[in-house]
Design a protein around this ligand. Structure first.
Ligand code: GDP
Length: 298
């Protein structure tokens, strides 16, 4: 995770090490190198610009000029600004006052929604919740079966349309699932929705219809971190088309660059809530901006 970015930043700081007072030229050269590292990591340009402006401003200020070790102080500033750009605080789930809490997942096909649904369900069940998974992706022929397999592995029940009832209406399935959850005392409902390979008006409309039918407490936009800037573009399209409260970043295990993670919060104004870091159900946790920043600067 983030190895390329991490290596680049480490080498930037190596050239600062051992320096006493930092000259204007030292600060500019460091800022230039950090800028290049972020651009190579596929971080969105407005984010890079703001990040560099903040670093320069702070590096020229008293906290660095008066520091015993100015170079170390610059690293500390970069760390703090990385935490900030990654979202600052960890964003926890907001549970509904009256259960069930409805969590809806939206995103492109292949983003990792179904896998994430299982991971989230398992993670919530481990905290004494009683989640229900809902198969509202009726677009892909085997999506329902896939969710059932994931549900079995997570030991969480799956609400799916009855076989023989035709393709079914995902909006109806989601609505019925919430009613079922109330009767069967599931305190959380996780709705997996259909995605397409690209942004598509019909898919957006279906997700918006499900949203309007079940009024989720949390809509999570699920996106593959490995697609870099494309993740940011897709995030913007889903924000306009469906809207969401937070982001779940998947496939971080394969993301050497970190561009999506570093851009998405700033561009969409939505926090990253979850990090998915592998194919196994356990490869999942809340997204902790401070830990991610430390990992990058490790
Ligand atoms: P969906 O179409 O959005 O429901 O996506 P899936 O959940 O079917 O995931 C698509 C593929 O990505 C599957 O092969 C998953 O095993 C894989 N996948 C999902 N999440 C992760 C992850 O965090 N890391 C890795 N390496 N693979 C993942």
């Amino acid at each position: 995770m983030f190895e390329t970015l991490s290596d680049r930043l480490t080498s930037v700081f190596t050239s600062l090490r051992g320096k006493g007072r930092l000259s204007e030229e030292d600060i500019n050269a460091t800022a230039r190198e950090i800028r290049l590292a972020l651009l190579e990591a596929d971080v969105a340009l407005p984010v890079v610009r703001e990040f560099i402006a903040r670093i320069k401003e702070r590096a020229r200020g008293e906290e660095v000029s008066k520091a015993l070790n100015p170079a170390q102080q610059v690293i500390k500033i970069v760390n703090e600004e990385l935490v900030e750009i990654l979202g600052g605080e960890t964003r926890e789930i907001r549970f509904a006052k009256n259960p069930p809490t409805v969590i809806m997942l939206a995103g492109l096909q292949g983003a990792g929604k179904t896998t994430l649904a299982g991971k989230l369900a398992r993670w919530l069940a481990a905290e004494r919740n009683t989640p229900l998974l809902v198969a509202a992706d009726l677009q892909r022929p085997n999506a329902v079966t896939q969710l059932q397999v994931v549900g079995e592995r997570a030991k969480v029940p799956v609400f799916a349309p009855q076989p023989g009832n035709g393709v079914g209406d995902p909006v109806e399935v989601a609505r019925e699932a919430v009613e079922h959850a109330k009767r069967a005392n599931h305190n959380i409902v996780i709705v997996d929705t259909a995605g397409r390979l690209g942004v598509d008006a019909e898919m957006m409309q279906q997700a918006a219809d499900i949203r309007d039918a079940v009024r989720p407490d949390e809509i999570l936009f699920v996106v593959d971190a490995m697609i870099g800037q494309d993740a940011v573009n897709t995030a913007q399209a889903f924000l306009d088309g469906v809207g969401y409260d937070a982001v779940a970043l998947t496939k971080l295990d394969g993301d050497a660059r970190g561009g999506a993670a570093l851009s998405i919060r700033h561009i969409t104004g939505r926090p990253i809530m979850f990090a998915s870091t592998g194919e196994k159900l356990e490869d999942f946790d809340l997204f902790h901006p401070d830990r991610m920043a430390s990992r990058i600067l490790d």
